[in-house]
Design a protein around this ligand. Structure first.
Ligand code: UD1
Length: 430
């Protein structure tokens, strides 16, 4: 199993190209099941989760072709992928495939809308909380679906004549359930209104693509989304938006190690709250023509309190990385996690590097230490694993991160991007 070896202490200087967003690419790929035409997605990141979803879509009958091409003189491996689901050959998403990645559960929306039925295994994914599916079930039921859970599978059927438009107000914000309800409603009879919808940029990106396919969606990116159902959707070509979590992760890495880096092909507006927190911690952040410049020269890291929240709040997917940054601050900071109940598994691993963190319920208290010291650590989930990498970059000596398959799910060519900026990071295969 691969491990990542880091020798800390180097500042980061250079350019890091930001990939297409994993969390946008996955629902966009799933949306291809809504049409018998070809959906072409550009800027798709090369990640284990994308490969896994390609297998899942193939199981439903999608014909998928990949045109790898280098862009910007070898700076990026962004891929263009064509998805054609002329016929759906299976409406079952089996346990063996769905258990590996929670987002694969989302095929339930398109399958139900297009074929009138879906049998989808209850999901897996990162072990960061219980992550139930009640909101998906309630939302689809509001569109007329009949849903039963049996033997670890969710069996959903639409009434004769298909789903009908409805009104559903989420009792709690869910990104995935918003994606699914929006996709299902595109082919329903009549109009659907989703209240308390997730406002994440990835939801707006999905709506933009669905509209290019002929859907009639307004309000995506706000708390109320209205979808007028249409009879069918066509193909389209769409470019996946930049990965705001990858952007924030590298910005925090620079804030932690010091240095001067341009994060290319990304947009500050995708992560205002996180960038503001990094600024308050002491980094200078400015927008450039092609992205964002992050600089920290000499200034110490200041303690900053944050609370995770749905967009536009501080993203839970950057919480572990920000905690890494705070371990080296000059004082005491507090981080409160409100989205997932078990998302502090990085705490004990950061402690192995010398961090001083105590937990009280959903709040972590971080007492900054001047120095971190390299140690062997274990990745526990996708975002936690990258927090260990950036902490390792700022620690003295060698840090060996094991279980890096978590990283490969969500960070494209991490070692290469960091190494080009002067970091000492390498993959070690046993
Ligand atoms: C997505 C992101 C993930 C991010 C998360 C929150 C993708 C592929 N993944 O995950 O990286 O951390 O948003 O920003 O885009 N919940 C319920 N019942 C449900 C559904 C969700 O109680 O039926 C709860 C969850 O347990 C969690 C909260 O709602 O506490 C938010 O989860 P949700 O927004 O659905 O996360 P995902 O879409 O799975």
């Amino acid at each position: 199993m691969d491990r990542i070896r880091i020798v800390g202490g180097n500042q980061l200087h250079g350019v890091i190209p930001i990939s297409g967003a994993k969390n946008a690419a996955l629902p966009l790929m799933i949306a291809s099941l809504l049409t018998d035409d070809t959906l072409t997605l550009e800027n798709v990141p090369h990640l284990a989760d994308v490969e896994q979803l390609i297998r899942i879509l193939g199981n439903h009958g999608a014909d998928i072709s990949v045109n790898g091409r280098r862009e910007r003189q070898g700076e990026s491996y962004a891929r263009t992928i064509h998805f054609t689901s002329r016929n759906i050959v299976s409406t079952t998403a089996p346990y063996e495939l769905v258990s590996k990645m929670r987002a694969s559960f989302w095929v339930i929306g398109p399958l139900l809308a297009r074929e009138g039925k879906a049998r989808v295994s209850l999901p897996g994914g990162c072990a960061i909380g219980t992550r139930p599916v009640d909101l998906f079930i309630e939302g689809l039921t509001a569109l007329g679906a009949n849903i039963e859970i049996d033997g670890g599978y969710v069996n959903a059927t639409a009434p004769e004549g298909g789903l009908t438009g409805g009104r559903y107000v989420f009792p709690k914000v869910s990104v995935g359930a918003t994606h699914v309800l929006m996709m299902a409603a595109t082919l329903a009879n009549g109009t659907t209104v989703i209240g308390n919808a997730a406002r994440e940029p990835e939801v707006a990106d999905l709506a933009k693509c669905l509209n290019a396919m002929g859907a009639r969606i307004t309000g995506a990116g706000t708390g109320t989304i209205t979808i007028e159902g249409v009879r069918s959707l066509s193909g389209a070509r769409h470019r996946v938006l930049p990965d705001r979590i990858e952007t924030g992760t590298y910005a925090m890495a620079v804030a932690m190690t010091g240095g001067d880096v341009i994060l290319e092909d990304t947009e500050a507006s995708l992560l205002d709250t996180a960038l503001e927190a990094i600024r308050r911690a002491g980094a200078e952040i400015s927008e450039t023509n092609s992205g964002i410049r992050v600089v920290r020269n000499g200034a110490g890291i200041r303690p900053v309190d944050i609370v995770t929240d749905p967009f536009p709040g501080f993203p839970t997917d950057l919480q572990a990385q920000f905690m890494g940054l705070m371990t080296k601050s000059s004082g005491v900071s507090h981080i409160t996690e409100t989205i997932f109940e078990n998302r502090f598994m990085h705490v004990q691993e950061l402690a192995r590097l010398g961090a001083k963190i105590s937990l009280s319920g959903q709040t972590a208290k971080i007492e900054g230490v001047g120095r971190l010291k390299g140690a062997p650590v274990m990745a526990t989930d996708l975002r936690a694993s990258v927090s260990l990498v950036i902490a390792g970059l700022a620690a003295e000596g060698e840090t060996m991160v094991s279980r890096v398959y978590h990283l490969d799910r969500g960070f494209e060519r991490l070692e290469e991007k960091l190494t080009r900026c002067g970091a000492h990071v390498e993959r070690v295969s046993d």
